[in-house]
Design a protein around this ligand. Structure first.
Ligand SMILES: NC(=O)c1ccc[n+]([C@@H]2O[C@H](COP(=O)([O-])OP(=O)(O)OC[C@H]3O[C@@H](n4cnc5c(N)ncnc54)[C@H](OP(=O)(O)O)[C@@H]3O)[C@@H](O)[C@H]2O)c1
Length: 392
């Protein structure tokens, strides 16, 4: 897996995957003192109803001390505003419905939630599928602040929060059920409110950009592998190996579950990248049909939507996990459940560098370029994760 670090310098197709700077640069520019955050008190806010706007901007100035894993203890005043900048859409549609709004209400906290000052957020296909109205029936009401993945700093805690404290550097997928009532106030904003149980402390070796690129994708990768009953000594074929989820399925299969063999598909220009992740057999889907290979696999993990073909590549009695599209037997489709415990469990693999976040080199995109970031993600050509940072 150390190959991944070196592979980050390698030119893949026309783009270098993860230029070295992305492995070290970001966050240290973000610290508790630079964010000047710190409060254990609550700011009382009024209920919003269906509007995102506050009418009156009142500010609470709070004084606290905090210590975190990285930042020095400090005492300073921090103001949690009642309004924030956020990306918003008021109707379903294409990227053109996305608007910036600097008067969105900072979300109210429930007892089991913490308020996170967002430092970086990653985009996922569910963000644009939701925006297009695909999950209308179970969505939260419009207007929506999109965003599932967050990495940031806790600035306020609810009364029932047990472990997290102000100043903690955290990351997670803010929506427990991706499609059932995802939050109206997502992570593409200055602040987001999240249940403590969906978060984990940010791995010490990762910056906020890297951490933001993990939660939904790594939890999907992990949950899918568990659901297939994957275990040491089994072989796996990953469809869509270069994407946000696929690149983590490959790494988890190899480093966490002990796969005997990992095969994966991508287009020609990304085959070397797949190998750098630990793939034993990189299959160019523009030239070969994976279902026609004589070799069959214990597990097929489909992150593309090729369920009909995926079931032809699995061994008799094997298992096929499908993330999108058709799932004919024996395939099954599942929807990820966000769970901070997964992140905690994977922490040792992240902190030792055995599993690495893959950040698409076109990013990170600053907040004012978030529409470009979505446009790019929606080409279905991203390598690893598309991350937004800084967020004002
Ligand atoms: N059910 C769930 O809980 C769940 C959770 C997460 C994601 N998903 C879904 O899973 C899918 C993947 O998500 P993601 O975040 O990994 O997306 P992503 O990062 O946007 O995937 C982009 C990657 O897909 C690859 N790709 C596209 N067509 C391919 C093909 N025919 N064969 C092999 N690779 C192909 C591309 O590589 P090339 O450029 O080489 O083609 C690109 O690197 C999405 O549909 C998403 O909505 C579902």
């Amino acid at each position: 897996m150390d190959a991944i670090l070196t592979a980050t310098n390698r030119v893949i197709g026309r783009t270098a995957v993860i230029p070295p700077r992305t492995l070290s640069v970001y966050p240290p520019s973000v610290s508790l003192s630079s964010l000047s955050i710190l409060s254990k008190n609550s700011v009382k806010t009024k209920s919003k109803g269906s509007t995102l706007h506050k009418t009156a901007a009142h500010f609470a100035t709070l004084r606290v001390s905090a210590s975190t894993q990285a930042a020095p203890a400090s005492v300073e005043a921090y103001t949690i505003p009642t309004e924030m900048k956020a990306l918003v859409y008021e109707e379903y549609g294409g990227v053109d419905v996305l608007k910036f709004d600097s008067k969105v209400a900072v979300p109210d906290l429930k007892d089991d939630q913490v308020l996170v000052k967002v430092v970086a957020a990653a985009l996922n296909p569910v963000d644009f599928k939701r925006r297009m109205g695909k999950f209308k029936a179970t969505d939260s009401p419009l207007p929506t602040v999109p965003g599932y993945d967050v990495a940031g700093v806790v600035v306020k805690v609810g009364s029932q929060v047990k472990e997290l404290k102000v100043g903690d550097e955290v990351y997670g997928d803010i929506n427990e059920k991706a499609l059932e009532g995802p939050k109206q106030f997502g992570s593409l904003a200055e602040y987001t409110a999240v249940e403590e149980k969906l978060l984990a402390l940010k791995p010490k070796n990762l910056d906020f950009v890297q951490a933001a690129g993990l939660p939904l994708a790594i939890e999907t990768a992990y949950e899918g592998l568990e659901r297939t009953g994957f275990s040491a000594g089994k072989s796996i074929l990953v469809l869509g190996g270069a994407g946000g989820v696929g690149s983590l399925v490959i790494q988890l299969a190899k480093e966490v579950f002990g796969a005997s063999k990992v095969a994966a598909t991508s287009s020609t220009g990304k085959l070397e990248f797949l190998k750098s992740l630990g793939v034993d057999l990189a299959i160019d889907y523009t030239k070969e049909k994976f279902e026609d290979l004589p070799e069959k696999f214990d597990v097929v993990y489909d992150a593309v939507g090729e369920g009909d073909r995926a079931v032809k590549a699995v061994k008799e009695g094997g298992s096929v996990a499908v993330l999108t599209g058709a799932a004919p037997p024996p395939a099954f489709r599942f929807v990820v459940t966000s769970n901070g415990e997964f992140l905690k469990k994977l922490n040792p693999f992240l902190e030792t560098g055995k599993v690495k976040p893959i950040i698409d080199p076109k990013g990170p995109y600053p907040f004012d370029k978030v529409v470009e970031a979505f446009t790019y993600l929606e080409t279905n050509r991203a390598t690893g994760k598309v991350v937004v940072h800084p967020i004002p």
